[in-house]
Design a protein around this ligand. Structure first.
Ligand code: DC
Length: 218
């Protein structure tokens, strides 16, 4: 079974996807982490983000593993190295949407995402899971929240990772990424027609998970 979770940055997708996957005994696949890993690889190899052929070349040779840990957390491996923390740095966040808008990059990573299905039942979160990666997913959710709440959540998350950021920087970054992610030509962020929309603005994580769980079993 495939559960697709899409929505804008900071809506809480990955938090609820992780909990849901653990509760169901499904694999959790963070597709955003894959675009982030490629962005890190580009920066590490001094490939400029606007060098599309260079980025595509890196994508074709990339090896990404997403390891589900027993405590529900995720370890992201890039070419055999643990990059779980490195891919959350502001510098990666700043450039990742520009990497993710390249058509050929998406083709390579979408193919990898579809292959996870062979490993078993999966919960995947991203921007195009229900529309492009798994259009026939058995259950689709579109998780949203007001811009103010998304900024607050992302701000708290970064503080939790001990990253020093100003709140207005987080707001600027989210607005910028929302714009690029939803206006790009290839697979822009869209709600699939058969996805269930959940506005999490006034809901706790537990309330969102409970709601999704009921909808899955209902
Ligand atoms: O969910 P995130 O913030 O880690 O995602 C990082 C970026 O990757 C985000 O700005 C958009 C892009 N992305 C995408 O284009 N398609 C996906 N399926 C997942 C993420």
């Amino acid at each position: 079974m495939i559960i697709a979770i899409d929505g804008p940055a900071g809506a809480g997708k990955s938090t609820v996807a992780k909990i849901l996957a653990k509760r169901l005994g499904f694999l959790y696949i963070d597709t955003g982490a894959m675009y982030r890993a490629l962005t890190l690889k580009a920066l590490e190899n001094n490939v400029p983000i606007n060098d599309e052929p260079g980025i595509i070349q890196l994508a074709l040779g990339i090896k990404i593993d997403l390891l589900n840990n027993p405590d529900g957390s995720l370890t992201v491996m890039l070419d055999g190295e643990d990059v779980s923390l490195a891919i959350r740095k502001a510098r990666i966040t700043q450039f990742v949407s520009d990497v993710a808008k390249i058509k050929e990059v998406r083709q390579v990573l979408v193919k990898m995402q579809r292959e996870f299905k062979e490993k078993g039942d999966c919960v995947l979160d991203g921007r195009d899971i229900g529309t492009v990666v798994f259009p026939h997913a058995q259950k689709k959710f579109f998780i949203d929240a007001s811009a103010e709440v998304r900024i607050q959540r992302r701000f708290k998350e970064l503080k939790g990772l001990s990253q020093k950021v100003a709140e207005n920087e987080v707001a600027k970054d989210l607005a910028n990424r929302d714009k690029i992610d939803s206006t790009r030509q290839t697979s822009p962020l869209r709600q699939a027609p058969d996805a269930i929309y959940i506005d999490t603005t006034n809901l706790s994580i537990e309330q969102v998970v409970e709601k999704m769980f009921k909808l899955l079993n209902g």
